[in-house]
Each structure stands twice: as C-alpha cells, then as structure tokens.
Write a protein that binds this ligand. Structure first.
Ligand SMILES: Cc1cc2nc3c(=O)[nH]c(=O)nc-3n(C[C@H](O)[C@H](O)[C@H](O)COP(=O)(O)OP(=O)(O)OC[C@H]3O[C@@H](n4cnc5c(N)ncnc54)[C@H](O)[C@@H]3O)c2cc1C
Length: 470
C-alpha cells in the first residue's frame, strides 16, 4: 500500500490537489515545497512512531510566508501542521488528516545575543543544544535541557513547554521565555511579551501559546532569558538496593535546603536496558540509582553542597556513592541518561511512555503504585526520570502494538496519579496519545474553556486539528 493512501480521508477538509499546489508554489520556491513520497514519508513520524504522512511539506523562511500559507489554508480549509524536529512523544506534529506540514527547520538563525539584558532572540528551528553551545562560549546559560536537546528545536520545546534534566533547580521552558512572535491561523502576526522583565499588560498570551502544542499559533521568533553559565559542577551516582530508600533520599534532599540542578532516578531494568544499548557501563546496574548534580559559581560551595547531598543518600541506605572525577566521566553519566528512552526498546519492540508528575511528597508512593499496576496487569515496566520534580517516565513495554493489558495499566496509572493530586503529563503534553484521558484531570467546564480558546485563535479549525481536546 502506498503511504499516501494511508492518509485518513476527511469530508471536512479539502485535500491538497493540483490547484492548491499551484497556489502554494506562489509562496514557496521549488526547493522549499515537496510532495515526493520520500519527503512525505520522512515527515510522517514523530517519537510516538505513529505514521501519518502529510500531503505536502513546506519549509518556510519567514513569518510572512506562513501568513500567506494560512490565507490559502483558510480559503480551501486545509489542515496545517507545524513541526520542529519530530521528537515529540505525544503525536503533536503528526499530520493526522494529511494536509500541509510546515517544517520549521530552515528558520534556524540565532538572531541576537543581547548580553546586557541577558536575552537571546532566535528563530524556532534552532536546535536546543546548538543554542546552548553558542551561549556557553559567551559565558551564558539557557537552562531548559530535555534529554532530546541534541535534536529538539526551540519551537518544539516552546510549543511543548519542555522540561528535562534540570527543572528541579531552574524550572521548565515557560520560565525562560521573555517574548515570542507568532503567526495566528487567521494569518495575523502577533507579538506576546516584551523585552522588559515584568509585564502585567492584559491576559498572558505569551504563556497561553507556550505549551499549546502548536494548536494556537506558529511561533516564528522567540526571545529567551539567560543567566551567567555556572562554571562549577559536582556529579555523583548513588546506588541503592531498594527503590523506597532511593525515593526517601530524594525527599530528604529536597528538604535539605541544598537544591541540586539535576536529581534523576533510574530503576534496575532501565539500567539493564542501557547496558545492552550503549557500550559505556559508567552507570552500574543496581535496584535503584540516583544521578545527582550540583552546579554553582563557587567551587568550594559546590563541593560542600554535593557532600551534603551524598551524605543524605548514605543516611538513606545508599550502599555505594561514586563521584564523577572528570568532565569525561560526568558526560558519560549524562550521555547514558539521555540514551535511556531509545534503550528501552532493548526490552520489547513497543513502548508506551508516560510522563506523569506528582507533588514531591508523593514520589515514593507513585513509584510503588507504578510497579504494582504493572505487576497486576502483567506488563513489563521500566521507570526512570526527573525524581526531583516528582516527574517519572513510566514505560510500559509490549510485544504487541495494541495491547489491552498496557491500555488497562495506563488507565489505572492515570487514575492513581490524579488521586495523588498529580498530573497525567509533566512535560510531553497531551497531543493525540493522552487526549482520551484529558477528562481524568480536567472537568467538563475546564475542557470547554480549552475548546473556546482554540476557536478564538483558530475559527476555521485548520491549525493542528484533533489534538489535545477531541
Ligand atoms: C529521546 C527523547 C528524550 C526526550 N526527553 C525529553 C525530556 O527530558 N523532557 C521533555 O520535556 N521532553 C522530552 N522529549 C520530548 C520532545 O523532545 C519534546 O517534546 C520537544 O520539545 C519536541 O521538540 P521538537 O522540535 O522535536 O518538536 P516536534 O516533535 O516537531 O513538535 C512538537 C510539538 O510542537 C509543535 N511545534 C513545533 N514547532 C513549532 C513552532 N515553531 N510553533 C508552534 N508549534 C510548533 C508541533 O506542532 C508539535 O505539536 C524527549 C524526546 C525524545 C525522543
């Protein structure tokens, strides 16, 4: 079967036919528009591994081109899907109804590094790690650091309000956005936020668009907040023979007054998966491992803080604590941590990756519940993640693409999370994979507010339809 024929038919939306292609060709030169099967196939995926080929891919270079694209899309009622690097975990960039896929990867300039105001202005296609490297050369730091930083784009991280490895100290993407320029689905270009640190003018459009998963507007420029790069770091690995002890150590560390910049939990089976996925065995296999990092501007202080936290681990039963003795060792720890998500496939071909988040006091209970639910449903689970935020990736593995046991486990997990006053998504968003569960966390009125907001931004329903609220 041709991949084109797998595009779901829709009565509501018009397909991209020759007439539409002709109109689009008035905006995009030949090398920035394609409906070749190779391109449609390439842009059909994200990290969910689901496959929805668009009918055409365009690579805009300006907000004006996107605006012109929207006027055609409105006229013909064609769905439009913005896409960064396609590392999204919940299907946000998937072209569910075919339509026009807008790849932002050519809008990849770092426009201005404003050292005086500690701000950087970028286009959305800039890869996060590239930006971080450029900033570090100038002694500046943009903290958001999802494990996908080497691939994910600024636009994608803003749209998903990405979290990652150092939120425990620095917060998530939304805490580092100063302003954005965006094109509305109606074609108008807006700015939300200014260069001023404080701004209480009107409703907070900036924070409405950040985290809206590409359903309200296409971000074409962002001004991000920076701080000086903390030059000193101390990183250690604490091994536990009990998950409960490691979770208790996390609690004690968070109450100690010393804030680590990263506090990650990895369970035994995730470590085993990592060992079969990467050659480097820097992270040992044990029942529960905490990977802890402290950063700062004063080396003695960093060492002191690191000592305080490692002692807490020892007091909570860590049987071995290993300090990274060099930058290479430190990097090795983080490279392995970043590889965990793909490493899971060493255990089974299908993965349902949840990113639930609970108040930190509930973190030990959450872990127990996750394992209990997996056992009860006879599903293999691997847990790792951002323990310092109470945000854990519970991965249910399966040998079947559609597995009723996994579906039951997910359902029970979400119910447990909500009962613990937590959230069904701490960082990956709702997209399509979690949309059926939105009602677990938001009541009817709350969901209807989302629908109403979407209608105000996108009256014709052409931007990334069928996502979040269905
Ligand atoms: C190995 C791995 C590790 C990961 N680790 C983390 C982690 O630690 N923390 C975390 O939070 N996430 C993590 N993720 C998920 C993912 O990397 C993030 O959600 C990231 O923000 C997606 O960026 P992207 O550029 O790939 O966006 P895409 O996947 O291309 O798109 C994501 C969403 O953003 C929208 N979008 C993209 N660009 C724009 C734009 N310019 N304007 C408006 N909307 C836009 C899309 O429509 C879509 O809804 C991980 C993913 C992988 C594969």
């Amino acid at each position: 079967m041709s991949i084109l024929s797998s595009t779901p038919a829709s009565q509501d939306y018009r397909p991209v036919d020759k007439a539409v292609m002709k109109r689009l060709a008035t905006i995009f030169p030949q090398d920035r528009i394609s409906n070749s099967e190779v391109d449609l196939f390439t842009y059909a995926y994200d990290a969910t591994k689901k496959q929805y080929p668009p009918q055409v891919v365009v690579w805009p270079e300006t907000a004006e081109e996107i605006s012109a694209l929207f006027s055609i899309a409105n006229e013909y009622r064609i769905p439009v899907y913005p896409r960064g690097a396609g590392t999204g975990m919940t299907g946000g960039a998937l072209a569910l109804r075919g339509g026009i896929l807008v790849s932002m990867e050519r809008m990849d300039s770092i426009i201005e590094i404003d050292e005086k105001n500690r701000l950087v202005t970028v286009q959305p296609g800039v890869v996060l790690a590239t930006l971080k490297t450029e900033l570090q050369k100038k002694g500046l730091f943009y903290p958001p650091d999802p494990s996908s930083a080497k691939t994910a784009t600024i636009g994608g991280t803003l749209a998903e309000c990405a979290g990652g490895l150092n939120c425990v100290k620095y917060g998530t993407t939304k805490d580092w956005v100063q302003s954005i320029k965006a094109v509305l689905p109606t074609g108008e270009v807006i700015r939300a936020g200014t260069k001023a640190r404080k701004n209480v003018v009107g409703y907070n459009l900036l924070q409405l668009i950040v985290g809206s998963e590409g359903t309200l507007a296409i971000i074409t420029e962002a001004t991000l907040r920076l701080i000086p790069y903390p030059p000193h770091r101390s990183t250690f690995v604490a091994q536990f023979d009990s998950v409960r002890n490691s979770a208790n150590a996390v609690q004690s560390m968070l109450q100690s007054g010393v804030t680590p910049c990263a506090l990650e939990f990895i369970d035994r089976i995730s470590l085993e998966a990592a060992h079969s996925h990467v050659e480097d065995k820097t992270l040992p296999v044990c029942d529960a491992l905490l990977l802890v990092e402290v950063d700062g501007f004063d080396l003695d202080e960093v060492k002191r803080d690191s000592h305080v936290l490692s002692k807490i681990c020892a007091d909570n039963g860590a049987n071995e604590i290993t300090l990274a003795n060099s930058e290479e060792e430190r990097q090795a720890c983080w490279d392995i941590r970043r590889s965990l998500s793909p490493a899971m496939y060493a255990k089974a071909p299908y993965k349902t990756n949840e990113d639930i988040c609970v108040p930190s006091s509930q973190f030990p209970t959450l872990l127990e519940k996750a394992y209990e639910i997996a056992d009860r449903n006879h599903v293999l689970t691997l847990c790792f993640g951002h323990a310092g935020d109470g945000n854990i990736h519970v991965n249910f593995m399966s040998h079947k693409e559609k597995d009723p046991d996994v579906e039951k486990a997910v359902d029970e997990l979400f119910q447990a999370v909500v009962a613990l006053e937590g959230s069904i998504s701490g960082e990956h968003g709702i997209g399509i994979t979690k949309a059926p569960y939105l009602a677990y966390e938001m009541n009817e009125k709350e969901r209807s507010l989302l629908v109403d907001i979407k209608k105000v931004f996108d009256p014709a329903g052409i931007l990334n339809p069928d996502k979040i609220v269905v």
